[in-house]
Ligand binder design. Structure first.
Ligand SMILES: *Cc1c(COP(=O)(O)O)cnc(C)c1O
Length: 357
């Protein structure tokens, strides 16, 4: 064994790596573990990408202006309110780097998106995981100011629960705390309302979006932030110069322009979710009411990990989430199941019946 780790920052040596959901090589697997869209993106996206390959000898637009113009139009803001990134994970990284210094603090609810912790650790910062209260609502502790608290990450809808915090509560949170609040809206296209309008009410509220879930473009890598232009100006200094490429800019701009494709897709997924939830309940799962393209299924009568394993053995991949160990204490475990096509969900339910029956 070499001793190369002595050269690395201790934070990096000690941190647990963020583990994304598995991406199996085999084509036969029914993949319900990373909340991808089961449907392809708008066919116009492919055309736009092919067209973009005509100019690959040139650097891309560092600010992805074509995309910002379409996004600004969609939200009724100016393009200066929009910052683009290599997936919304890149945006979350930029935000952490810009706002949270070493030994400062970042707050997040628990259980939620595990990447936020990783971002704090890379930065040499601390994270405060604050347990959700009943029904995945924010507990009073979440509103309490703390020393060196520099940023709050609030996924809304939340993962893995699929639940939402209402906008009055977000505004109240912003006025209680002396730091910016990032509302991570990765799943909001499946939800009844979004928080972009809150930015005008409190400029410390920022909203992140991704094209990975609702637009069926997880493979393209494109996300963005909507925030007050003054904040966007500072964040431009932090981002990599070319953090979105010519192909992703072309594809994402076209995808965002095709709102009717998005709506059609979302309504198919919501219909499938509507069929899936009662059947999971019949099979003995407790299913939290979801505003997303996945559901959070738990049970009290038997452990869920063997169910996950049995599904996997039969080629059906869901996400087993273990929230039993954390600084915030145990929350238990569960299965986060993405809403696939009707056929995929029927196949999953059939295998589940066999496993549980
Ligand atoms: C999927 C997801 C993201 C990241 O999406 P990108 O693919 O990086 O754009 C961000 N936040 C949450 C809560 C997610 O589930």
């Amino acid at each position: 064994m070499s001793d190369l780790k002595k050269y690395l920052r201790p934070e990096i040596v000690d941190m647990a790596p963020y583990k994304p959901g598995e991406q199996p090589g085999a084509a036969k697997v029914i993949k319900l573990n990373t909340n991808e869209n089961p449907y392809p993106p708008s066919p116009k996206v492919r055309e736009a990408i092919v067209h973009a390959t005509d100019r690959l000898e040139r650097y891309p637009d560092p600010l992805a202006t074509s995309f910002r113009i379409v996004a600004a139009d969609l939200f009724g803001v100016s393009p200066d309110h929009v910052l683009c990134g290599n997936g919304s994970d890149d945006i979350l990284t930029i935000l952490t780097r810009a706002f949270v210094g070493p030994a400062e603090r970042l707050r997040l609810p628990y259980p939620s998106y595990i990447l936020y912790r990783t971002l704090a650790q890379i930065q040499g910062a601390r994270f405060e995981e604050i347990r959700f209260g009943a029904d995945f609502q924010l507990s009073p502790e979440f509103f309490v100011r703390s020393d060196k608290l520099r940023l709050v990450f609030l996924p809304n809808p939340n993962s893995p629960s699929g639940t939402m915090i209402d906008h009055d509560t977000i505004l109240q949170l912003a006025s209680s705390l002396d730091c910016p609040i990032v509302v991570d809206e990765a799943y909001v296209d499946f939800a009844p309302n979004h928080a972009v309008g809150l930015i005008a009410k409190d400029p410390r509220i920022m909203v992140t979006r991704t094209l990975s879930k609702s637009y069926g473009l997880a493979g393209l890598r494109f996300g963005y932030l909507v925030a007050h232009p003054e904040i966007i100006g500072f964040l431009r200094k932090v981002k990599d110069s070319y953090n979105t490429d010519a192909i992703s800019i072309a594809g994402a701009t076209t995808a965002l322009s095709d709102q009717s494709w998005l709506k059609e897709n979302v309504s198919k997924i919501l219909a499938t979710r509507g069929r899936m939830v009662p059947r999971l309940k019949q099979l003995g799962f407790d299913v939290t009411e979801s505003h997303t393209n996945f559901v959070w299924a738990t049970r009290s009568d038997r452990p869920v990990k063997p169910i996950y394993e049995a599904l996997k053995a039969q080629g059906i991949l869901v996400r087993y989430m273990d929230y039993t160990q954390s600084t915030a204490g145990s929350w238990g475990d569960g299965l986060r199941i993405s809403v696939g096509t009707d056929g995929e969900i029927d196949a999953m339910l059939m295998v589940l019946e066999g496993v549980l029956g």
